[in-house]
Design a binder for this molecule. Structure first.
Ligand code: ADP
Ligand code: MG
Length: 349
């Protein structure tokens, strides 16, 4: 799904390469931590995956595309398959939470009915239902990061990249955000996260790729990141998230079908809503069954308990949103530029 083939990255005017002969492959469905000290090359790796940078030597292949041969014109469309979340959230300060997430869908030409369906769904998924009308500065840091995650997810990317996503958050909030990433991963999204926070890496027992001065020094399937003494343990992944993830997947799948319908005939919003409600009901039923089969084991020492969140019901009515064209530059950065059919990135490896 993501392959680095002997990748070396030299930035102009620097003596040492930021990455030196880095070689690894991330498979579909993996959760990978990229670890290493500041300056070791973690962000450079993520920027190469997003094609914000290109290698000086070697090859980066993402979703079956050799990024070297991907034309600039196709980059924004490619980026739609790769969600990204950053340490500093990068929200639009003058837009509401709803608008921040809806923006992603608007620039890709989603219908108003779909936006009104999908945005509340994804906000509920990240635990922000009821906060649609707030502005970013009216939210806590953890909530702002949830908005950024919702925005990254609303296009249903196959890969979610996160660059130090808990770097600006206090420890308890960081645990919440890590649990959210876990749930997203449990829903089938491949996650690559750069972090220097040893505690999470050790506790979560995921694959760890470690960089040191641009060299890959470790690639461990269930790695830890050093001494964990004194670090509170994470509660086990809450099973509860699965239905929400499944429902979101169903919503976005429906949307895709509508968009790709060659006859151009769009089902009425009510049909979509009914289909989505059915998907959610099925997902919840499956989840209840799953819980009945696997009685969840009590957490050893959960330090933060996920609050029970009510399920959202379909289609709250939200007012139309006005977007400036000036924000399209940002859209491109977020990977949301103009869509062209022939730019479809196939669902390969
Ligand atoms: P990390 O995310 O692990 O802190 P980075 O990938 O940001 O590491 O940086 C790796 C190395 O590349 C560092 O030495 C950094 O100074 C250098 N570097 C990163 N970006 C640039 C750039 N745009 N121009 C020059 N040097 C850079
Ligand atoms: Mg960095």
């Amino acid at each position: 799904m993501i392959r680095f083939e002997n990748v070396t990255k030299r930035y102009r005017g620097t003596a040492r390469p930021a990455l030196n002969d880095v070689d690894f492959e991330v498979l579909r469905g993996e959760f990978v931590f990229l670890v290493g000290a500041s300056g070791s090359g973690k962000s450079s790796c993520l920027r190469l995956i997003l094609r914000e940078e290109t290698p000086s030597d070697g090859r980066v292949v993402v979703l079956g595309r050799d990024l070297r041969t991907l034309s600039n014109r196709k980059v924004p469309y490619f980026r739609r398959h790769v969600g990204a979340v950053f340490q500093d959230f990068r929200l639009l300060p003058g837009k509401t939470i709803f608008q921040n997430v809806a923006f992603t869908l608007q620039v890709t030409g989603s219908s108003r009915a779909f936006i009104q369906q999908a945005v509340p769904e994804v906000l509920a998924l990240v635990g922000l239902d009821g906060k649609e009308k707030r502005l970013p500065h009216e939210l806590s840091g953890g909530e702002q990061q949830r908005v950024a995650i919702a925005r990254a997810l609303v296009n249903r990317p196959q890969v979610l990249l996160a660059d130090e996503p808990t770097g600006n958050l206090d420890p308890a909030t960081s645990v919440d955000i890590m649990q959210l990433f876990s749930r997203i991963h449990a829903g089938g999204t491949t996650v690559v996260m750069a972090t220097h926070e040893a505690g999470f890496v050790d506790q979560m027992q995921r694959r760890v790729i470690e960089l040191k001065d641009g060299e890959m020094v470790r690639d461990e399937r269930h790695g830890g990141y050093g001494d964990t003494s004194g670090i509170p343990s994470l509660a086990p992944e809450p099973e509860r998230g699965a239905a929400a993830v499944a429902a979101l997947t169903a919503v976005l799948e429906l949307h895709r079908e509508i968009v790709e319908n060659e006859t151009g005939e769009q089902p009425a919003a009510s049909e979509v809503a009914a289909a989505v409600a059915e998907e959610i009901a099925q997902a919840e039923k499956a989840e209840l069954l799953e819980e009945a089969i696997h009685e969840p084991e009590p957490a050893e020492q959960p330090i933060v308990k996920e609050p029970e969140r009510p399920r959202t019901n379909p289609i709250p009515v939200v007012e139309a949103i006005e977007m400036d064209v000036s924000e399209l530059g940002l859209a491109d950065r977020l990977g949301l530029g103009e869509q062209r059919d022939e730019d479809e990135v196939g669902p390969t490896s």
